[in-house]
Write a protein that binds this ligand. Structure first.
Ligand SMILES: [Zn+2]
Length: 265
């Protein structure tokens, strides 16, 4: 894989947005592999849906590609809010691919995947409606709030122009694929407790360390009066997934270290 884009894919196109779309989509169908199975390519879907742009013929994974010139930023602009929220709540969202690129020369700066199993309604925020003077006045778009996604759910394929190791990308993807089987309501708790553990920055930690996030989690889940029970339940889920182990009463160690994929040699 190379991060060069081919502007000739947009020969004959005039508008900048059409050119960018053609060039980036062309790269994705020519160069992108499926991160969730060994398939070496993904294919462009033919119209029909506004939410899915590419899919994998082998495992059925679906992807939506959003690209922009410049840098990623803290929130990633996506499609219309209402249909996206509906899909996320129903567990039917596609995986997301956010691409940033530059021109002269045309090349990809970052390609960041956010697997759908990390998406929760809390991560989707509505953008202000388009103004009355806009062509699509009143239209409400959405963004994905990167802070809501744990580090393990931000899977870079290309980072700052470097193509990262495919084996490590797929390994990171697969390690959390079990979240697909967790309901959207429970998934929020699982990923939030996992984020808290990561924020501790320790290999070994105590139950009290995690309970320290009780107030923060209570604020996020005001209807839940049993936050400590929930924390312990999620620690068991994470243990069952071999992300951590119970050492002795109230003491835990991480098994999974969130080593980021590094550039392929
Ligand atoms: Zn696949």
């Amino acid at each position: 894989m190379r991060n060069q884009l081919d502007p000739s894919a947009a020969d004959g196109y005039k508008s900048n947005s059409q050119i960018a779309r053609r060039v980036t989509e062309n790269w994705f169908s020519e160069s992108m592999y499926c991160p969730s199975c060994p398939n070496k390519s993904v294919r462009q879907t033919r119209g029909g849906t506004k939410v899915v742009d590419f899919d994998c013929s082998r495992c059925g994974a679906e992807f939506q590609l959003k690209s922009k010139q410049g840098s990623l930023g803290r929130s990633l602009r996506d499609a219309a809010y209402a249909p996206m929220m509906e899909r996320v709540s129903a567990g039917l969202a596609p995986h997301f691919a956010f691409m940033t690129y530059r021109k002269q020369p045309w090349e990809i700066v970052d390609l960041l995947l956010v697997p759908r199993h990390f998406l929760t309604p809390a991560a989707i925020i509505a953008a202000p409606p388009l103004s009355a003077s806009a062509r699509r006045a009143g239209w409400v778009g959405c963004s994905i709030k990167l802070d809501e996604i744990p580090h393990d759910g931000r899977v870079f394929v290309i980072q700052r122009g470097s193509v990262l190791d495919t084996v490590a990308v797929r390994k990171l993807w697969r390690k959390f694929a079990w979240l697909e089987g967790v309901t959207v309501e429970c998934r929020g708790w699982t990923t939030d407790v996992w984020k808290c553990i990561q924020r501790l920055g320790k290999r070994t930690f105590t139950l009290a360390d995690v309970y320290a996030f009780e107030i923060e989690l209570s604020a996020k889940y005001p209807k839940n009066r049993h936050v400590r029970d929930k924390i312990r339940q999620q620690l068991q889920v994470l243990r069952d997934q071999k992300l951590l182990k119970f050492d002795s009463r109230g003491i835990y160690s991480l098994i999974w270290s969130s080593n980021r994929p590094s550039p392929s040699s």
